[in-house]
Design a protein around this ligand. Structure first.
Ligand code: SF4
Length: 357
């Protein structure tokens, strides 16, 4: 069975105050960390990977060390799969780095752009400017044959819809194959005022992207048809993946049962023992079926209840009743065995998911 492989590079030039991902700015233990990553990847020998996703943190911060690391990963895993993504931040994209990556099986570059408006980037305390995004984009496009994703954030408190609209249009004008459009999350406690027109911004961003030919295939992800992220779809379709590195999560199948585990979000602990696992949970069939429905609803295609039943046994009456309630309220659409979120359901997806859970 093919797996996805997620590699966490938890280093950033500066910590953005809104960011909930595990990362640090001190790079004194970088070499030891990379060594531990390779030890963990070596321990996965015997598995085959059809997707690799290198995320962070900011992998591009590694500069010339990044292609060296990725080359070792390709050789350890024998990767010759469908999709290999590398996350970059605009400020650390250079011609040299992109030329080096183009000699590897890297097929997607995901840029943590967020906004094309300098006042928004300052509000988010990002290091880069909009000019740097456009320069980075040109460098990637002219030095690699990779698909490009641009991350875009909206619903940021105090940022009005017109500002967001201009950013979306500027990103579209660049011509990326993929745009991930995320609603701002105040989870870290930074900028906690509610955005004034939040559901409006979701509809506006979705409408502009769709009119420009970007197909929404997941609640926050849009692509030119045929350029969806295969790796990210594994998370929502409950396909197995290994996550290596501090704070990374894995979901694999053991003896027919779904197992989740993670590494503690702590670099020192990870370096001390990269094979140590925390929070190991083995799911029973009932929970695995529920999880498949809840996560699967993030995808526009929805889920096939018959397929889930064949894998995990009949879904519970409680879940069936809840699906019927949501369908009755116009939040889910049912067609044969398939259920999917309606337009209204997508706007209220967090509530739909927590009700089912
Ligand atoms: S650069 Fe990215 S990963 Fe690092 S703190 Fe900022 S948002 Fe988080």
């Amino acid at each position: 069975m093919n797996h996805g492989l997620y590699i966490h590079i938890p280093f950033c030039a500066r910590k953005c105050p809104y960011c909930g991902f595990y990362s640090v700015t001190d790079r004194t233990c970088l070499d030891a960390y990379l060594k531990s990553l390779l030890t963990e990847i070596k321990s996965l020998e015997g598995n085959s990977f059809d997707t690799v996703y290198t995320g962070g943190g900011a992998p591009s911060l590694l500069g010339a060390e990044l292609p060296v690391l990725l080359e070792k990963i390709v050789s350890l895993t024998g990767f010759c799969g469908a999709e290999f993504t590398v996350e970059v931040n605009p400020e650390s994209v250079t011609k040299e780095l992109m030329s080096d990556l183009s000699g590897l099986p890297v097929s997607r570059i995901s840029v943590g752009a967020q906004s094309a408006d300098d006042s928004v980037l300052r509000l988010l305390e990002r290091i880069h400017t909009s000019e740097r995004i456009f320069a980075a984009y040109d460098i990637i496009r002219s030095n690699t044959g990779c698909d490009i994703n641009l991350d875009l954030m909206y619903d940021i408190p105090s940022v009005d819809a017109q500002t967001v609209k201009r950013s979306v249009k500027k990103f579209i004008a660049l011509g990326p194959e993929h745009i991930s459009a995320y609603s701002y999350s105040p989870d870290t406690g930074y900028l906690t005022d509610k955005a004034s027109d939040d559901s409006y911004q979701t509809e506006m961003v979705t409408g502009i992207l769709e009119d420009a030919g970007y197909m929404r295939y997941e609640v926050s992800n849009f692509s030119i048809p045929g350029h969806e992220s295969i790796h990210n779809m594994k998370y929502w379709r409950m396909q197995p993946y290994y996550g290596v590195g501090a704070g990374a999560h894995s979901m694999v199948v053991r003896e027919g049962r779904r197992v989740r585990y993670s590494h503690l979000p702590d670099i020192e602990t990870y370096i001390a023992d990269p094979l140590e696992k925390a929070d190991v949970e083995m799911y029973d069939c009932k929970t695995a079926a529920l999880e498949s429905v809840v996560f699967g609803l993030r995808c526009v295609e929805g889920v096939d209840l018959l397929e889930i039943t064949e894998k995990f046994g009949a879904i519970t009456n409680e879940l069936t009743d809840k699906i019927n309630v949501l369908a009755g309220e116009g939040l889910l659409k049912c067609a044969g065995n398939r259920i999917k979120a309606s337009k209204k359901g997508f706007l209220l997806l967090d509530s739909v998911m927590s009700y089912l859970w």
